[in-house]
Design a protein. Structure first.
Length: 458
């Protein structure tokens, strides 16, 4: 796949970028390794100062950076600006909290292990490879990079091939903030080159955010090399609505949860499981709100839904919908591509789904919602848990017993009650089952790429 900016709103190839050759890859990993030797002995206070300066740059440059995100993957401009500002917030969060998260952990009673003193220290591992997706081309990278660099690690990035301008922006942002040159380097490579990078002895660990297929491949290589890995993969999150819910608020949130980022978010709600008693009322509200969405130019601030990021992404989505319709699904709203230039797809609501349809088990990466009628909590949980994914989930109920049961029974890395799934620097983020392993964000995220070194003293 060429490394290129192709505007998904028009289909036009804006710029093609040359790939790094073996010498360039070797030089960049060498720079990241040299930066690690410098960074690992700096203080938290020093790194925090550089982190805050990097956040200042992101904020000052937010408008221009947001336009790169829109140009390369088509998200609506206000959402792109919000993404850039959220990145700055994450940098400040780790600048403020990294030292506390990684402070030495003493054993209260060292005599129980025959020591005068026993404790764990958290130390950086070295250069970490980050294989990243295009859908949040800045946020996904920053949420790895901020804790990694605050812990004293350095990073090399293999970004998705369709967001090279975002990759090049990230290549310089940390050193412009004051970090040692080479602390974060973007490799301009395709996915076939990832194996040799992981095999490089200077690479100590790998993190991947992307599809299940890419995760299987990269996790297998990391396993062969006995290198730590974190996998943040796909999802088909359930959004459950029970009779006690505020239906108007639930339907408004359901639409946002499905179509934000043009429906291309791992934590987008994709399957809507609605109790039979309120199904008709909720379906009507949901359908009306999906119909009212404005699809169009993502640079236009009035647009709700822009294009699918790639031509193949749109045809994959269309295949899932066409398969469901051919097997008897009912199209309640939308149901096809928009004619004309660019890779637009109509916001779509499908009902009357059956288990033989691919969309029941696979991830729909675009503005397509699947609506299910469920008889009771047990059926909601059964359908919610029937996919191989387990990223997040949302439940709308005001019944405390029902709330507790859903929290206990849903197979997911998170449950959001009377809201939609959102990632916050303060909360751990990650999935189970085929949605991956390991956690990003919060204290858990910064500890993933640390050596927990035990110290025992007689
Ligand atoms: P993708 O096709 O898997 O690509 C992700 C990254 O992996 C890209 O840099 C890609 O490079 C690379 N890649 C793909 N196949 C590879 C392989 N066999 N070996 C090594 N590298 C490989 O995913 P995407 O289409 O960019 O992103 C969408 C997916 O990411 C969805 O499934 C979504 O749910 C998931 N996602 C998960 C999270 C989370 O936190 N759990 C967050 C965001 C997105 P190329 O571009 O060069 O192919």
């Amino acid at each position: 796949m060429a490394i290129a900016t192709i505007n998904p709103a028009t289909g036009e190839t804006v710029k093609v970028f040359p790939a790094d050759d073996a010498a360039a890859i070797d030089r960049k990993i060498g720079e990241a390794e040299a930066a690690f030797q410098a960074l690992k002995s700096t203080t938290f206070a020093q790194r925090a100062e550089w982190m805050r300066a990097t956040a200042d740059l992101l904020e000052a440059e937010a408008d221009g950076t947001a336009r790169i995100l829109v140009l390369e993957m088509g998200k609506p401009l206000p959402q792109a600006k919000a993404e850039v500002l959220k990145c700055a917030k994450n940098l400040r969060f780790y600048a403020d909290h990294a030292e506390g998260f990684l402070t030495d952990k003493p054993l209260n009673d060292p005599s129980s292990v025959g020591a005068s003193r026993a404790y764990a220290v958290y130390q950086p591992l070295g250069v970490v490879l980050a294989v990243m997706p295009w859908n949040y081309a800045l946020w996904q990278v920053i949420r790895f990079a901020a804790p990694a660099l605050m812990a004293g690690n350095t990073g090399v990035l293999k970004h998705a091939s369709n967001v090279p301008q975002a990759a090049l922006y990230l290549d310089t942002i940390f050193e412009r903030g004051g970090f040692p040159v080479g602390s974060f380097r973007a490799l301009m490579i395709g996915s076939p080159e990832v194996r040799s990078v992981i095999e490089d002895r200077r690479i100590k660990a790998v993190t991947l955010t992307g599809s299940e297929g890419a995760g299987r491949s990269v996790a297998a290589i990391a396993g062969e090399q006995i290198k730590k890995s974190v996998m943040e993969l796909g999802g088909s999150d359930p959004f459950i609505v029970m009779p006690s819910a505020d239906l108007e608020a639930a339907a408004t949130t359901a639409v946002t949860a499905r179509v934000q980022n043009n429906g291309q978010s791992c934590i987008a709600a994709k399957r809507f499981l609605v109790h039979a008693d309120i199904y008709d009322a909720f379906a009507q509200l949901f359908a009306d709100k999906m119909t009212a969405l404005v699809v169009g130019d993502p640079m236009d601030e009035r647009t709700d839904v822009g294009p699918i990021a790639t031509e193949s992404g749109r045809s994959d989505l269309a295949e899932l919908v066409d398969d469901a319709v051919a097997k008897g699904a009912k199209v309640l709203v939308g149901g096809g591509a928009v004619d004309g230039p660019g890779w637009f797809y109509r916001p779509t609501l499908l009902g009357e789904l059956t288990d033989d349809m691919r969309i029941v088990m696979e991830e729909a990466f675009g503005p397509v919602a699947s609506l299910y009628k469920v008889a009771d909590r047990e059926e909601a949980v059964r359908i919610a848990n029937q996919t191989d994914f387990g990223l997040s989930s949302a439940v709308w109920t005001t019944d405390p017993d029902e709330e507790a049961a859903f929290i206990r029974e849903l197979d997911a890395g998170a449950v959001f009650i009377n809201g939609m799934t959102v990632s916050y620097p303060e909360l751990p983020f990650g999935g189970i089952k085929d949605s991956g392993f390991g956690r990003e964000l919060a204290a858990e995220g910064i500890r993933e790429f640390c050596n927990v070194k035990t110290v025992w003293k007689a």
